[in-house]
Design a protein around this ligand. Sequence first.
Ligand code: FEO
Ligand code: CA
Ligand code: CA
Ligand code: CA
Length: 516
Amino acid sequence: GQGVLDRLKQLKLEGLAPSNKDDLLMAKGLDYHVIVRWGEALGPNASFGYNNDFTCFLPLSDDDPTDGLLWVNHEYVNPLFVSGFDPTKYENPDEHRTKEQVDKEMYNVGGSIVRIKQTNGKWNIVKNDAHNRRITGKTPIALNWDHPIKGAKTVIGTNSNCSGGITPWNTFLTCEENYDSFFGETVYDLDNQAQHRPSEEGWERFYPYPPEHYGWVVEVDPKDGSAQKHVAIGRYAHECCTLYELPDKRVVAYSGDDKNNEHLYKFVSSEPGSLKEGILYVADTVNGQWLALDWESQTALQERFKDQTEVLVRCREAAKILGATALNRPEDIEIDPISGSVFVSLTNNTDRNDFHGSILKVEETNGQYDSLTFKASTFMAGGEENGFSCPDNLAFDMAGNLWFTSDISGSKMNKDGPYLPFKNNSLFVIPRHGKDQGKVIRLVSAPNDAELTGPWFSPDGKTLFLSVQHPGEQTTDLKNPTSKWPFDEDGLPKPAVVAITGDLIEKLNKLHLLER
Ligand code: FEO
Ligand code: CA
Ligand code: CA
Ligand code: CA
């Protein structure tokens, strides 16, 4: 009745102040428990990988939102914790890492499928469930493309899995972001001559796989763990892949290339229920145009590349030839369930002295997601005035409140300079209604050096799944780690996925009653 609506209009949140306490702090009205942490056994032949990022939950049946499959990305490793390799000990660290160490590291990237269930309010993993499995840096994965890439139609492994998405046909999407840190990159000079630029981690010393086998969007079928890489969506440092289903069941996939001065892309499939074929576009945000990365119709691309496969493998170069707009590190993308606008995190760009980033709003013309034109505007800028810096992952709840995380890098957090006032990385919400409408409220503060990633709501909207990635990342001595979260007996920090519940989530979800 009117009483409820009046109370919702008065809703005021008690946010957290910035903090550098080594703990996962919750605002009043929120609680958390750990679901799964690095190294935990999922079954006889699988353990949970390192540096969990994207999380995504799919119920096993439509009638029970408390039993389903959790997909988790494992983006990269901290060798000191994972393989025991300490790069700080050597002048040329690459020459000292052993194959055994690389093998351990390759196991700990990729993704996990874990069955989880909620009982008495707590989510737990169902150990040894037949669905539980790992996809690692060594799992063979088919390329979903008619032409081989560097001689292969099946490639070895996935890595750098940052954010992701879910398809309308209930499969998971996991995106290969900074793949060049493991296998390097092929770079081309003005005469189109190729050269290998070595990676930081040096995996190619033992496993010389072509860099061209990474940097794709990977689709994983949760039922059997089978995976495929979608070449048509293009190759670059994919942050995420956010899908919209058109009325005729074709899909539009948005993705950003998270690097200074790189671009925003969208792919429009030509077949319903499939990501195999379609047209890839890159954004000119100044003129509001989607430019087709299409070799057949673009003569400028024909001058540099021999066919469409080359255009897709070398997207960054192709995008620049067409005049795509250089953006400030486009990261996560979500579609507002109420207005239909597409929100894009632009995390920062040190090249342009943009330290705090912003959230960009993209409105497709006439609300048509396959439109070739759009309007782009800044929704909110980071900085002290708005109380956040470096936006990264985004999530809308059922009421259309915007939740987002910050990613101030561990080497800059809590140091002198522009990031000092923000302290540890956090999770924020921008309420859609109530007394705090449009304000940025800090709800969760991360342990030392950590980043909060992968916010994802359970189907009933009552649980927020969240990754705590790289706690204690600045550690140089295992006897004296910079974080001890989640406070295990061994005193070592561990990346983990948590479930956040509480009446604050329920109250925020009720704000949809004020939509009209
Ligand atoms: Fe892996 Fe762009 O964050
Ligand atoms: Ca990250
Ligand atoms: Ca990210
Ligand atoms: Ca980031």
